[in-house]
Write a protein that binds this ligand. Structure first.
Ligand SMILES: *[C@@H]1O[C@H](CO)[C@@H](O)[C@H](O)[C@H]1NC(C)=O
Ligand SMILES: *[C@@H]1O[C@H](CO)[C@@H](O)[C@H](O)[C@H]1NC(C)=O
Length: 374
């Protein structure tokens, strides 16, 4: 066990008022911040950590060039949406944004702090082909991770994200699942050592013609391996967040699932594999339409859950917002309103109180992209 985690273990039984007398422990401090944040009802995470290249694809879709200034203008629009913090508790940033200023010169992390939004940071270095597998991939980024995370903490980040993927049509092979789990576990341990709460994200890609049962089977396997590897690496389960895929049929399956079916399978998966000490389950949207992602989350919050069941959406929060903006300064307010509309809808879904009355046809359009990469 590392020294910081030993310190945390020693203090975990101390009544709260004695914390003032103790030396500051970055890990214990960030766990307290995150647990308060993630446990706050009606809030979830805005994933805005597209890499330079992926942000470039988004900008290209509205006819803008992929320049630092355009990325800055877009991210400024997102973080300055008035009252965003009412619905959003954390924002995952790409490294560029963590150190970036908004258009008006204020640091983006300071604007987030004013909104009551905790900054997080994507720390993985992306997917590359996994030699010896069935055309599958693995996620890079462990080399030098501790040093990078120490610097991110100094810059204001309090949680981290590592996304790896598992493909059902390609197997998944035993090797790919083990590699995904081990990488996530090493990353989670290193993050906790550096005071960052790790978001653990083994995305099970939507690609494929399989039915929901097959996704359920693969998801059980992936989460079993991931928790086994995390236990072997002495990761504290009460100090992580999960970013799972919902259990759905493959995108090219002839079967479609209702929000109630998605909720039934997904909650069954969580109950079978996820300890109740894990504070937050922040789902990814992974190509679902904006409305689908909201309806599915709402269906999962119709009863009491042992974890905070919420969202960590990128496209499902940003899609209409980006299109509405179109790069025109005069559209900034309308684009911010579009973001706030989605954020509020998902906030209601976190509380189990969402209704889809008045949603536009655009928001109902699917966003699945075959072989999607960030
Ligand atoms: C992203 O763009 C910024 C500014 O152009 C550059 O400094 C940074 O190295 C880029 N990051 C990556 C990972 O490409
Ligand atoms: C491997 O995957 C890539 C991209 O997902 C695909 O274009 C290629 O055809 C695949 N190759 C084989 C041998 O399946």
């Amino acid at each position: 066990m590392s020294s910081s985690r030993r310190r945390y273990a020693r203090y975990s039984f101390v009544p709260t008022f004695f914390f003032f007398l103790l030396p500051i422990d970055p890990l214990a401090a960030s766990l307290r911040i995150m647990q308060k944040t993630v446990a706050s009802p009606g809030r979830g995470i805005l994933a805005m950590d597209e890499s330079n290249a992926t942000c470039g694809k988004r900008l290209a879709s509205i006819g803008l060039e992929n320049t630092e200034a355009n990325r800055q203008a877009y991210r400024t629009l997102l973080v300055t949406a008035p009252g965003l913090g009412q619905y959003i508790s954390g924002a995952i940033l790409f490294e560029e944004t963590l150190y970036q200023s908004a258009v008006d010169g204020r640091k983006i992390v300071d604007i987030l702090a004013e909104q009551g939004i905790v900054p997080g940071i994507k720390v993985d270095k992306g997917l590359v082909p996994l030699a010896g597998s069935n055309n599958e991939s693995w996620c890079q980024g462990l080399d030098g991770l501790a040093a990078r995370e120490a610097a991110y903490y100094q810059a204001g980040a309090r949680f981290a994200k590592w996304r790896t993927v598992v493909s059902i049509p390609n197997g998944p092979s035993e090797l790919a699942v083990k590699e995904a789990a081990w990488g996530l576990a090493r990353y989670a341990a290193i993050s906790q050592d550096n005071g960052l709460v790790p978001i653990v994200e083994p995305e099970i890609l939507l690609d494929g013609e399989h039915g929901i049962e097959r996704t359920f089977e693969v998801a059980q396997k992936v989460w079993a391996e991931t928790f086994y590897a995390m236990a072997e690496n002495n990761v504290m389960f009460e100090g992580i967040l999960l970013k799972p895929s919902m259990v759905t049929p493959g995108a090219e399956s002839k079967d479609k699932a209702t929000p109630e079916q998605v909720a039934e399978y997904t909650l069954k998966l969580l109950h079978r594999r996820i300890p109740p000490s894990v504070p937050g389950i922040m789902f990814l949207s992974g190509g679902q339409s904006e409305v689908e992602a909201t309806q599915n989350l709402n269906a999962m919050n119709q009863g009491a859950n042992p974890w905070h069941v919420s969202f960590s959406y990128a496209r499902a929060l940003q899609n209409t917002c980006l299109k509405t903006w179109g790069g025109a300064p005069e559209n900034v307010k309308a684009a911010q309103d579009a973001l706030l509309l989605r954020a509020k809808a998902n906030s209601l879904a976190q509380l189990g109180k969402y209704t889809s009355d008045g949603e536009t046809a655009e928001a109902k359009e699917g966003m699945f992209v075959k072989n999607y990469s960030y």
